[in-house]
Design a protein around this ligand. Structure first.
Ligand SMILES: Cc1cc2nc3c(=O)[nH]c(=O)nc-3n(C[C@H](O)[C@H](O)[C@H](O)COP(=O)(O)O)c2cc1C
Length: 479
């Protein structure tokens, strides 16, 4: 059974897509924190890293220890391009996972999280976690299996109510077939996905160790609910407040402030006494990225803090360096503006968007972009009249979305997070066009509380490493 009470006081939060990749997580873990890789889009990332020529041979090195070597060879043959892709050539598409869990798509996802976790764990004994989103349920069992084959120490899941995770992890550790109920809009019957580990990966050991499970929640009510039963109880919580980067939980009373941003009120303040009453360890997130806030969190009974923004801006971040430098320059000259956008994310959850030129925060950039959904991680299943299941996303072309029963109102203001975030991480979708090749524009997310980043910028005017962050937090808070 995974133990959460042995996890360190500093957690580097999971940041998709690939902002928290193996290099960042490994650096954090080596410095004494819990490094967390993002588990979003692992199939696409491994395929793209191989098509980029796998510089340094990192992916191929850890693949040599993957149990299913025939599958590794087949994957290398399919995706590895020793010299990278010739200029002007788009990436090769990958099989998409859906409710049917096609073995080809499952295997690539398993391999993808294995690679991220195995690389993050290489060469040290520190703990490594993986972050998944409850909203992206269809990938969950396969993503967990790959991470567990690589020996992941902790699984952190947010963006929903992750009540099935404890049982899922226990069953996967025993290599038993698992079944997960899936939310399908308009469903007249229960829909599930099933994964049988032995049927998709050859050469597995007799069992896998069960990682600790931390549920990322934003309300004490949800923490108490999950803690109540053996079936749903996590090993600990991350309590995330509304200034955190990425997605945020919707406010309990929907409201918009005078600047058009999602507004939070007193009902959104978490009662930490009630969280502590669950008896489970918890970490605080959202504006806790300074030594003073870490000390403050500990004095309120927390085991520590989960921090994102200052790691996203560190040298090991998976954000493209020129975008990271652009954010650091805006921070330095006082123009950095991060908005809590209630429309941007197709999930309907509020999402933090940095208002930077050249990104999809600019209406002109959005207008110039072809509205297209060709990655599909945030598509949600819906039941058609004939009982079959389709997939739709409010960021896809409006006609297509409406034909699938969606409403025009629900498409307004939506951004393509999949393509935007992948472009930020340096693996942009490129498509042939009459004018040559189009490349997806980036989307930048960051937390709204940048006190920590501002202090680090004064300490390290030329930029900082993730190891500097961990040392600064731990030494300053004297933990
Ligand atoms: C660039 C970025 C991407 C993020 N992506 C995710 C994500 O994919 N999943 C998740 O659970 N949290 C995500 N977060 C939230 C962080 O894991 C963390 O909880 C949060 O950033 C903490 O607040 P802070 O930014 O004020 O330090 C993201 C944060 C940032 C800055």
């Amino acid at each position: 059974m995974g133990r959460a009470d042995t996890l360190p006081p500093v957690i580097q939060g999971g940041m998709g897509v690939a902002v928290s990749h193996w290099r960042l997580a490994r650096t954090v873990s080596q410095a004494g924190g819990l490094g967390v890789v993002s588990g979003v889009g692992p199939d696409l990332l491994v395929a793209r890293m191989l098509q980029d020529g796998d510089p340094g041979g990192h992916v191929r090195r850890v693949l040599a220890s993957y149990p299913d070597q025939p599958y590794v060879q087949a994957t290398l043959q399919r995706f590895f391009r020793p010299d990278g892709l010739p200029p002007g050539q788009p990436y090769r598409p990958i099989p998409k996972l859906d409710l049917h869990q096609k073995p080809d798509a499952v295997r690539l996802t398993v391999l993808g999280t294995y690679v991220q976790v195995a690389l993050a764990k290489e060469g040290h004994d520190g703990p490594i976690g993986i972050n998944l989103l409850e909203k992206v349920q269809i990938w969950t069992p396969a993503a967990l299996l790959g991470a567990m084959i690589a020996g992941v120490d902790a699984v952190l899941v947010g963006a929903g109510v992750p009540s099935h995770l404890p049982r899922l992890l226990t069953s996967l550790s025993r290599l038993e077939p698992v079944t997960l109920p899936i939310d399908v809009a308009g469903a007249s019957t229960e829909h599930t996905i099933t994964l049988d580990p032995g049927a998709v990966v050859d050469g597995l050991p007799p069992s896998l160790s069960r990682p600790a499970f931390l549920a990322i929640v934003s309300a004490h009510v949800l923490a108490s609910y999950l803690a109540r039963s053996d079936d749903t109880r996590p090993d600990g919580f991350v309590i995330e407040g509304p200034t955190a980067g990425g997605h945020n939980a919707p406010p309990r009373r929907p409201a918009v402030d005078e600047t058009g941003q999602v507004a939070y009120g007193p009902r959104d303040v978490v009662d930490l006494g009630k969280v502590a009453a669950t008896g489970l360890p918890f970490w605080l997130a959202g504006g806790y990225g300074t030594p003073e806030r870490l000390a403050d969190a500990r004095s309120q009974g927390a085991a520590g803090v989960q921090v994102g923004t200052v790691f996203a801006l560190s040298a090991e971040s998976g954000m493209r360096p020129e975008l990271r430098n652009q954010l650091l320059a805006s921070l330095a000259d006082g123009t950095l503006d991060v908005r809590t956008d209630g429309r941007a994310s197709p999930t309907g959850f509020p999402f933090k968007v940095a208002q930077e030129p050249g990104t999809v925060a600019e209406p002109a950039v959005v207008q110039a972009r072809e509205r297209i959904c060709d990655l599909g991680y945030l598509r949600t299943p819906y039941e058609r009249d004939d009982g079959s299941v389709g997939y739709r996303c409010p960021s896809e072309p409006i006609d297509a979305y409406v034909k699938k029963g969606g409403t025009v109102e629900n498409t307004e203001g939506r951004l393509c997070l999949c393509n935007g975030l992948l472009a930020t991480a340096g693996h942009p979708q490129r498509r042939p066009a009459s004018s040559g090749l189009t490349e997806e524009p980036p989307l930048l997310t960051l937390g709204q509380d940048v006190d920590g980043a501002r202090t680090l910028l004064s300490l390290y005017p030329d930029g900082w490493s993730a190891a500097d962050v961990v040392a600064w937090l731990l030494d300053g808070a004297r933990v």
